[in-house]
Ligand binder design. Structure first.
Ligand code: HMG
Ligand code: MG
Length: 301
């Protein structure tokens, strides 16, 4: 078994992590969270979403977050854009890249972005054209790739079909999302295998929520398949407001600890990361979900 020597971690804590929080997190806390994560070595980070504030009120200040951030040249600051209005926001704030998002579940897609899968792909056409015109890279996410919160069956072939279409639209990465964290390692491998028939393995990413405690095992399975692109969320924050029961993404601290133990480089300073996990968790008034952040809290100096 051979593993990659390095992994590109995409930090989603400030977007996926916070979008489901009921209490409005002040802009300055979001800015400090992002800057601390970057200081810990994060090189690619979602800073927010240009979505309807009626649908996701927590992300309503994304433009403000983008304005107030002190940015570093070697870091990618990315935002979610569901349509042209979202793209205009992303362009106005000079986001380095954007993310378009669809799903393998029709029911979920309707609840999440109020249209069918086919309609969402249509909606992304002008978005991707504009991004190409502006020289902005974009990645694409496919929700419910390992299961749907609404009980509809998701086959690996159906996942691969959406992935292929998003690749053909010019996405540099296709992120397979386990929105409700129900996947297990062999199922993960089966889905990656199906997707890898239509998307080069180096362009496939994984974005797994940890609702059933399987995400780390599934990331190990993904590493074994040659995947080097992984999303994670500081402190294990997260959940999608339109996926009932979904909890946070796999915690970045847990992923970095596992990678370090395997000799795989993530470029992230684990101590600084754990301090950041406690910074946001203290603000939210609950400990991090991450086992590593809790185990190492008192051993940081
Ligand atoms: P809609 O109601 O069908 O949109 O929502 P519409 O085009 O009919 O517009 C209705 C209103 O929304 C109008 O305002 C528009 O201006 C406004 P009004 O005239 O009523 O005042 N609007 C917008 N405002 C700001 N930004 C925009 C925008 N677009 C329209 N971009 C829409 C369609 C897509 C907007 C809505 O469904 C939406 O915002 N959905 C986003 C849901 C969301 O953010 N979900 C969480 C992120 S995805 C996720 O977490 C999954 C992921 O992590 C992977 C995984 O784990 O599975 C990525
Ligand atoms: Mg997610």
């Amino acid at each position: 078994m051979s593993y990659p020597t390095a992994v590109r971690l995409f930090e989603v804590g400030a977007r996926d992590g916070l979008q489901n929080e009921k209490q409005q997190v002040p802009t300055h806390i979001k800015v400090e969270l992002i800057e601390r994560l970057v200081d810990a070595g994060v090189k690619a980070i979602e800073t927010g979403s240009y979505v309807s504030p009626k649908w996701v009120p927590q992300m309503a200040d994304t433009a403000d977050v983008m304005t107030k951030l002190t940015r570093k040249d070697d870091v990618t600051y990315a935002v979610l854009t569901p349509n042209m209005k979202g793209y205009e926001g992303a362009a106005a704030s000079d986001a380095d890249e954007i993310e378009i998002f669809s799903a393998a579940s029709e029911l979920f897609n309707q609840k999440n972005i109020n249209c069918s899968i086919a309609e969402s792909l249509e909606r992304f056409q002008p978005v991707t054209k504009a991004a190409q015109r502006d020289g902005k890279p974009y990645r694409a996410s496919v929700s419910c790739a390992l299961g749907s919160p609404f009980g509809d069956e998701i086959t690996p072939e159906a996942v691969a079909d959406v992935c292929q279409k998003l690749l053909e639209m010019g996405s540099y990465e296709i992120s397979i999302a386990d929105t409700i964290g129900v996947g297990t390692p062999l199922k993960t491998k089966r889905v990656i295998e199906a997707v890898s028939k239509v998307v080069p393995i180096e362009q496939i990413g994984v974005h797994f929520h940890d609702t059933y405690g399987q995400a780390l095992a599934n990331y190990l399975a993904a590493l074994e398949m040659g995947i080097t692109r992984m999303d994670s969320s500081v402190a294990g924050l997260g959940g999608c407001p339109y996926a009932p029961g979904a909890t946070g993404n796999v915690a970045t601290e847990d992923v970095v600890y596992m990678l370090e133990g395997m000799g795989i480089d993530s470029g992230i300073d684990l101590k600084k990361l754990i301090k950041t996990a406690w910074f946001i968790s203290d603000f939210l008034g609950r400990p991090p979900v991450s086992s590593v952040a809790r185990a190492l809290k008192d051993k940081l100096n």
